[in-house]
Design a protein around this ligand. Sequence first.
Ligand code: HEM
Length: 149
Amino acid sequence: MALDFALAAIHHLLVFALFGVFLVEMTAVRPGMDAKALVRVARIDAVYGALSLGVIVAGILRLIYGLKGWDYYTGNHAFWGKMTAFALVGILSIAPSIRFARWRKAFQADPGFTPPDAEIRVARRFLHAEAAFFVLIPIFAAAMARGLG
Ligand code: HEM
């Protein structure tokens, strides 16, 4: 019971932190962003990646050590819906992450570099798509926790 509670608390804290960092990233990536914002975004993106890993680890530990057990979740469609939405968010985050790393490199090579607005707009489109799938995750989570699906 104590382990289940600790894992649930950690999972929730990581999930809230992840969403908070995601929103900060979304507001920082906008046309006209300067070099300072560029370096910040690359750092924020690294934190976002680390938090995602934390969420995965905490989630897997809940599957294994949670009160309901592995079979409860793997036999539930809402769980797989949640995993699919989570995977899509992860896949959609790859292109902007590569772009941020390229901007950072370009900035290191030329301190006068600023990201082209067209590339910023494409990155923002990916971030919006991520947000759309992100909101599905807690909905699936609520369903799976109650045995729906
Ligand atoms: C951004 C990603 C994620 C979000 C937003 C999220 C959100 C949530 C929320 C809100 C709950 C509580 C549901 C409730 O009690 O009503 C929950 C529970 C849970 N999540 Fe996640 N989660 C995420 C990723 C993951 C991953 C990657 C895994 C597994 C690999 C996972 C496994 C679990 C488990 C096992 C529970 C316990 C459900 C229960 O109480 O029976 N989660 N999640």
